[in-house]
Each structure stands twice: as C-alpha cells, then as structure tokens.
Ligand binder design. Structure first.
Ligand code: ZN
Ligand code: CU
Length: 487
C-alpha cells in the first residue's frame, strides 16, 4: 500500500519560524511540502515511508541566508556544503552591488566583483541565463537573486570614477527590468566601494524606479559604515521613498574605533525611518568584517588579517601590520603592494553587534565569501553561532526569536512565498538541530569547519544533510520573487 506521507518527523520541539514559542509536534511531508502538523504522537508511524525520531531535537524552517556572495558557487560548487551544513536551505545572492548576472565583462572582473570569482565564472549576459544555469546545476539549496548596481555599471561604463550618463542609466535600467521580469528580488548597491562611490544618489534614484512596479526591493551596502553612517542611511531611505520600495540595509554595523558605541544612534535612525517607510537590516554575528583589501579601511586601530593576495600570495593568513614591519614600509604601502587582496578587519565592538543583532528589524545574513581561501568564519558558522553563542550561551534573545530572524522574518521581507515557516502547505525546507549542542566550529584560524549539532536538513522535502554528511541529494531550485514583501 502506498504511504500517505513521504517522511514523518516525530515528536519534535517545533519552532515554526513566526517567533512563537516552541511546542511538541509531529510533522509529515509529502511531495516536497509540509502535509500535516499534529500533536506529538498523533500521526501513525506506518503512514510514512521514512520516519525520523526527533526526540529532544528542535525542528525549524530551514535557514534563509539573506546576504550571500554565492552567485557563481551555486553553479560551480552545487553541493554548497558551507551553507547546507549549517542548516541553510535558501541563499540570496547578488548583494553589495555585485551579482553574476546580468554581466558581460571585457577583462578581469572589477573590484569587488572579483569576490565572485575570476572572469571565467561570469557567464550570464542576462538574468534569464543565470536562472537557467542555477536550475541546471541543481544546487543543494534554493537560490534567489538581487541585481547589483556595480555589475550594471561595469556593463555600460568605460570607467567607474564618474556618474553614469542618462544613456548609460537607461541601458542599466533595461537590464534591471529584464531581471525583474525573470524573478529578481530587487536591486543592490555597494556605494562604499570605489567602483560605485562616484555614483551620485541621483543615479541610483533613476535606476531604482522600475522596482516598485515589480514588487521588488532595494538592498544596500551603505555608502559609509564609518563616521558618515547616518548620512548614508538617509541616502538609502531617500532612495526607498523615491522608488516606493522597502529598503534593506546590508550588514548593518558600526565600523571603525571612532564609531564604536554609535549603534544606539544608528538604530534610532532606523526606527525613525520605519514610521514612514518599510526598512530593515541584516547582520552577521561577528565583530570582524571581511572584503577585498581597501586602502580606505587600512588603520592601526585594530588587527587586519590578509586572507589572500595577488601581489604577494605567500602573505595570505598574516596580519597586515606584521607584513608591513617585515617589509619596513607603512601599512598603506604594504596594502598597496598586496593588492588585489582580501582581508578580515576586526573593526567592530561587541556591544554594537549585540544591539544590532537583537533589534526587531534585524535578520541574519552571513555575508560569507566562498571564494576566499581563508574565509571569514561566518561562511560556515553564522547561523549556528546565532543559535548557540548568542541565543543559548549569552541569552541575547530567546531561541524562537533567533529562528524568526533567520526564517519567517527573512522570507516575508524578501518576498519568498510559502517559505520560512513550518506551516501546512508550505515547502518543506526544514532543519532538525540539537539546541543544547548547536555550535559554530569555524574560527578565524580554522574557518572551513562544519557546524556541530545539525542533525538533518530537508530542502523541498528531500533529506539533503544528515549526521555531518551530505546525502548526495541536491533539491534546491531558483526561487523567483513571490508576492510583494510585507511592508
Ligand atoms: Zn557588503
Ligand atoms: Cu556583502
């Protein structure tokens, strides 16, 4: 006799993604979706082809990594082990103004598009071809995508140190519109980066105009995360109001020693804006940032670790200050010789990260850099670190709140329909974890370590990770933008 259900996950502590407190339940899956949620012990074990005993474990929606740079990796390394191993079932790519599509390069990818790979990784002249490539690669996690402003600039401008002309803006808009037609979630910018910094606000205002009609959003790596952060937030809010779309501030932080302690002020500005328009932010749970090595961020105020360098490859893994001392040059000169390069900057303070992560408008995004040979540990550890270190050990917020910040709130904000909650009829993206042992194992010196305490992960109803191993099933798909995000 055929079974009523494909999988039954029995007697779990269910945290459903809404922020509601845990309850005991049985959850049954069929045809990729959550078919039934019942009181623990109420669903007959014989009714399912596979039965998983969940005693003592938490079942929650699969984690949604709203801030990634996995654009080319979901195609090139579809196993997506750094993410699947921590319970992530959906990644949002195309952040910080850089996306793999739509892109046509004439040489090497400009900084920071080089974070996504070398020239041969950029194969998607339009967004549609990227969608097809993701579906053909069948990654282990679902993929949704933003379109990057710097990527569009690179397609249409001969140089980056100026504003786009009206004709260039029109060409960029046409590409953005094609992407929105094929399900892009919205537009991202990385205005702090040299290759976007000379784009005036007016350029972004004009480019953002098609977003509202598509129900899309605007995500931004602010023009400054340092002293001028409030001005940069005002600029982002202005763009959101002009385009009539929700604003997401990417990896909100107070970077740089003179900026430490300003998170209260920054979050007050976010709260004030929320009275007029939909705004939110994401945050990764660490006091160190990471990106390409950037002269503007070079300082002796905190440690800067070089993670890779084309100028001096043997210096990967060493502190910039050590390298400068060895070469008998100042920090800026050392940085110049190392470039292009990647770096980890220990530029934040605990109290600011605590405040931002706890804020009710904050969701979790890893900002992991999968092509870095010595990646910041957030790539493998961000989600378990929020659940283990921040929720359980430091009691910064209840576990159900932590889960909401990585599932339900994230899905609503980005318009990922029928995801992010354990609800009957929703897609069965699920993670089963041990709340007592879940822990990020990745460190700055040993960053490529899978998390501990993840018992099983299902993507679209398929068991994809179990007992520290991939099952070999890769059930992710491209997720086009769904209904308009909740305001
Ligand atoms: Zn960024
Ligand atoms: Cu980023």
């Amino acid at each position: 006799m055929p079974h009523l259900f494909d999988t039954l996950i029995r007697c779990v502590t269910l945290i459903d993604g809404s922020g509601a407190a845990a309850r005991m339940a049985d959850v049954a899956l069929r045809d990729g979706r959550i078919a039934s949620i019942d009181d623990a012990g109420a669903i007959d074990a014989d009714s399912a082809a596979h039965v998983v005993e969940g005693h003592g474990l938490v079942l929650s929606p699969g984690f949604i990594d709203v801030h990634t740079h996995d654009d080319t990796n979901v195609v090139r390394q579809p196993e997506m082990t750094p993410k699947l191993s921590q319970g992530v079932t959906t990644v949002i790519v195309g952040n910080c103004g850089i996306s793999a599509a739509p892109v046509v390069l004439s040489g090497d990818p400009p900084d920071p598009m080089n974070l996504l790979g070398h020239a041969d990784a950029f194969r998607y002249p339009d967004f549609r071809s990227y969608v097809q490539a993701v579906d053909a690669a069948q990654p282990s996690v679902n993929v949704a995508a933003l379109v990057g402003h710097t990527a569009l600039r690179s397609n249409h401008m001969d140089r980056f140190d100026r504003a786009a002309t009206p004709a260039e803006i029109a060409a960029m808009r046409a590409q953005l519109e094609e992407a929105l037609q094929h399900g892009a979630l919205g537009l991202s910018t990385g205005l702090a980066y040299a290759n976007a910094f000379n784009a005036p606000t007016e350029e972004v205002l004009a480019l953002a105009e098609p977003l509202a009609h598509a129900g899309a959003l605007y995500a931004t790596h602010l023009r400054s995360e340092f002293a001028e952060i409030l001005d940069a937030m005002d600029e982002a809010f202005r763009i959101g109001r002009h385009a009539r779309v929700p604003v997401v501030i990417s990896h909100l932080k107070c970077a740089g020693v003179p900026n430490w302690g300003r998170s209260t002020e920054v979050l007050d500005a976010l709260d004030a804006a929320q009275r007029w328009q939909p705004v939110g932010c994401d945050c990764y749970p660490y006091t160190a940032s990471s990106s390409t090595l950037d002269l503007k961020q070079v300082t002796s105020d905190f440690d800067i670790m070089v993670t890779w360098s084309e100028g001096a490859p043997e210096m990967g893994g060493r502190l910039l200050a050590e390298i400068a001392a060895e070469w008998q040059v100042d920090l800026h000169e050392a940085a110049r010789r190392l470039m292009p390069a990647g770096a980890v900057y220990h530029c934040m303070e605990d109290a600011d990260v605590d405040r931002i992560l706890s804020h009710p408008a904050t969701v979790v995004g890893s900002d992991g850099l999968p092509n870095d040979p010595l990646p910041h540990p957030r790539l493998w550890g961000a989600f378990p670190r929020v659940l283990g270190h921040y929720a359980r050990d430091r009691e910064l917020f209840p576990l159900a709140v932590a889960v909401n910040k990585m599932t339900g709130m994230s899905a609503e904000r980005f318009g990922l329909t029928e995801r992010g909650f354990v609800r009957e009829g929703y897609w069965a993206d699920l993670v089963l974890f041990d709340p007592n042992t879940i822990r990020d194992a990745a460190s700055f010196t040993d960053p490529m370590q899978p998390a501990e305490g993840i018992a099983a992960v299902w993507v679209n109803g398929e068991l994809s990770w179990q007992q520290r191993q991939p099952t070999g099933v890769r059930a992710g798909r491209f997720l086009p933008r769904g209904a308009q995000p909740a305001a």
